[in-house]
Design a protein around this ligand. Structure first.
Ligand code: FES
Length: 189
């Protein structure tokens, strides 16, 4: 049997007092405040995270359609008409505007077609040669018909047709770049 009164070690230990009601309430409120802060912080960080990740989540470079001219300008084309179009590229947060030449021409059935002026061989700008009624590339001599079909030269395919549409009487084009030195048309940007 323990003689606690005579044991000096046990004699100095004081019984633990139960926590009072105000103490419990303070710790409960503290915990609630902590959880609330974490919740509000997480809630506020969602738009910030979406903002930061937006360029990464976006699929790829977006190219907007550019106006080429009024449709009635091209109603009686006898040869390709060159137009310089402003192209807006949007890549994540970066927006660039550049100018490129395109040709509005007609196919065998008389339908409008918009061609890029970029040579599918190595990318030189291909001019229309009025005297010869052909596109003739000044760099390595590739030649193309007025609707862009390949005639001769080092290019492995014809000139590339661009996506076009008509809106409110305006001809619009979606400018894109295509892989060079290959026989099949392949979009690269
Ligand atoms: S770049 Fe046009 S033929 Fe070579």
């Amino acid at each position: 049997m323990c003689d606690c009164a005579s044991d000096p070690e046990n004699a100095t230990q004081k019984p633990t007092a139960p926590r009072s009601f105000p103490d419990n309430r303070r710790s409960f409120l503290g915990a609630l405040l902590g959880v609330g802060s974490v919740f509000v912080g997480a809630l506020l960080s969602v738009p910030l995270i979406r903002f930061a990740l937006f360029p990464l989540l976006r699929r790829t470079t977006e190219v907007k359609s550019s106006p080429v001219g009024a449709m009635n300008e091209f109603s009686a084309l006898t040869e390709p008409a060159m137009r310089n179009v402003q192209i807006e590229f949007v890549d994540g947060w970066r927006k660039t505007i550049s100018e490129r030449a395109v040709y509005v021409t007609t196919d065998k059935d008389g339908h409008l077609r918009v061609l890029t002026s970029v040579c599918p061989h190595l990318g030189c700008t291909v001019p229309w040669n009025k005297e010869k009624s052909q596109f003739i590339c000044p760099c390595h001599g590739a030649t193309f018909t007025k609707d862009g079909a390949r005639i001769s030269g080092p290019s492995l395919r014809g000139m590339d047709t661009l996506e076009s549409s008509v809106q409110d009487g305006q001809l619009l084009v979606r400018f894109q770049y295509f892989r060079q030195l290959v026989s099949d048309k392949e979009v690269i940007g």
